[in-house]
Design a protein around this ligand. Sequence first.
Ligand code: WT7
Length: 650
Amino acid sequence: MTEKMYPPSDDFVAKAHIDAATYASMYQASVDDPDAFWSHEARQRLDWIEPFSVVKNTSFDLGKVSVKWFEDGVLNVAYNCIDRHLETRGDQTAIIFEPDDPETPAQHITYTELHEKVCRFANVLLAQGVMRGDRVVIYLPMIPEAAYAMLACARIGAIHSIVFAGFSPDALANRINDCGAKVVITADTAPRGGRRTGLKSNTDAALLHCSDKVRCLVVKHTGDQTTWIDDRDVDVKAMMAQVAPDCPIRPMGAEDPLFILYTSGSTGKPKGVVHSSGGYLLYAAMTQQLTFDYHDGDVFWCGADVGWVTGHSYIVYGPLANGATTLMFEGVPTYPDASRFWQVIEKHKVAQFYTAPTAIRALMGQGTKFVEGSDLSSLKVLGTVGEPINPEAWNWYNDNIGKGKLPIVDTWWQTETGGHMITPLPGAMATKPGSATKPFFGVQPVVLDPTSGKELTETQTEGVLAIKDSWPGQMRTVWGDHERFEKTYFSDYKGYYFAGDGCRRDADGYYWITGRVDDVINVSGHRMGTAEVESALVAHAKVAEAAVVGYPHEVKGQGIYAYVTLMNDQQPSEELRRELEAWVRTEIGPIAKPDLIQWAPGLPKTRSGKIMRRILRKIAENDYGALGDTSTLADPSVVDDLIENRMNKV
Ligand code: WT7
């Protein structure tokens, strides 16, 4: 970790929305009088059908946790993202679509065109009987139809739930069933990196486990052949051509759910994070503008997938609410080769580029020759998200992409927070590589002692990260399980929102996120619950027991390390290893595939039978000197065997 400071240039500060003095005074105002602060922002930034009279109504008290913002206000999210821009920027590009294959022409979709597409899509949904409050699962590649589908739901008041296209049929079925979706929207096949995933065939497989009432809307994207079930499957594009090009907006309460997004936790099955219409949109819009210092005319590129919250907030809702031009990229950073990102930036004159440290590390490994051929002079701000960024990756990004001149915003936030929580505002803060720096407006981070739960008030300190009070983008509940919401986030440390991360605060009051402190691992910037991978493994007939931990991985940040105990009659083999890998891929999806599987004749357990993950983590990290006390183990010799046979032992 380096404490070297990188201040923005004078030139940048002069043009920035927020400079250091403005940040200081606005931050103070936002915590001194949240009602006045957020009331002003909500009126300025959003168009309301019925104005709100109540601003903030929130409680973090266990047993009565409740998060409501602008609760009596009425608005429509799609109106705010499209209709209100038509008069002033109807001909401006809203979405640039860059296909997987660089030879396929890009599409520029204007706000006027977006309006028509979304209206037609909404009419297709209405024709399928989708009504206000109904759930619509979206399982699409990164194509404009994904944005149309999201905004069509918002237009008619349906709640969307996107399932990342890399998830397996089982994972898709679980989500369709958990939220009780009426409709699932998919595509024939999804091209990525020159290969194709059969999304329709995955959906067919998923729907075998769902109610036969679920309708399947299919976007014929590649034209690849698929199966077709006449009374269930609907050709979206054909229908869109038939329905009316206009569709009235549905006035929605600010607290009506906009979407559900499933995310992994340390226990149990993935939970449906519920986000609101008013507070969420305000927070996504405001952070998109200020964190990236977005100005009219800039082309904004968030390289995430719409299947993750980053794509919701910073490909679709934030930028479009601000009338921005947002880029949607279907492909991968390394196809046709490792220059693709930089080629796309040159081609579309991207001003702000937002990606994950894992992508930077992967490209860094390919060498700078892939950067040299591209003109990156359109860039103004670089961003990262998803995991702590290591200094090597930061320096590479800074030197080669930012040419040592651009602010890098390292944004800490979560699916649950809706938008950036701790992040530099590029004209207001000097950055330090590896630090997410300071809180966004209205966000009050605290560092707690992990055992006592007491607030550590010294400036320079280390502990777990919690948030003291609500912000408009906060999740409202877990779909169908408010108790789980309270238990997960508000029960460990009473009165606070507990994020699950550890952190350090330095002498300048800068925050450094040190990683998860629970049984969640961060694989390539995606959250994976170890319990989820474990239950997938033990569901295999040949597996008796499994324990999964994270270990340092050069590109992914953390890799998935699985200790597997086989049934008595089974022998370890390469074949079985591959069988288990494939099994996890089908149970959850490729992102959950263990990087390393170690055959474990036994797992280290306490005498009461609890698996000692601390020890498993240390072995996976190759850190045997620090195993700590193993005397409480039921059978300490188990540990020797695990060390002896550690995977890839060097
Ligand atoms: C977890 C949230 C929200 C965007 C994508 C991930 C980690 C996220 C940072 C960062 C250090 C980070 C945390 C957090 N994380 N951003 N800038 N520095 N860690 O969303 O799947 O909800 O995961 O990602 O551990 O809790 P997510």
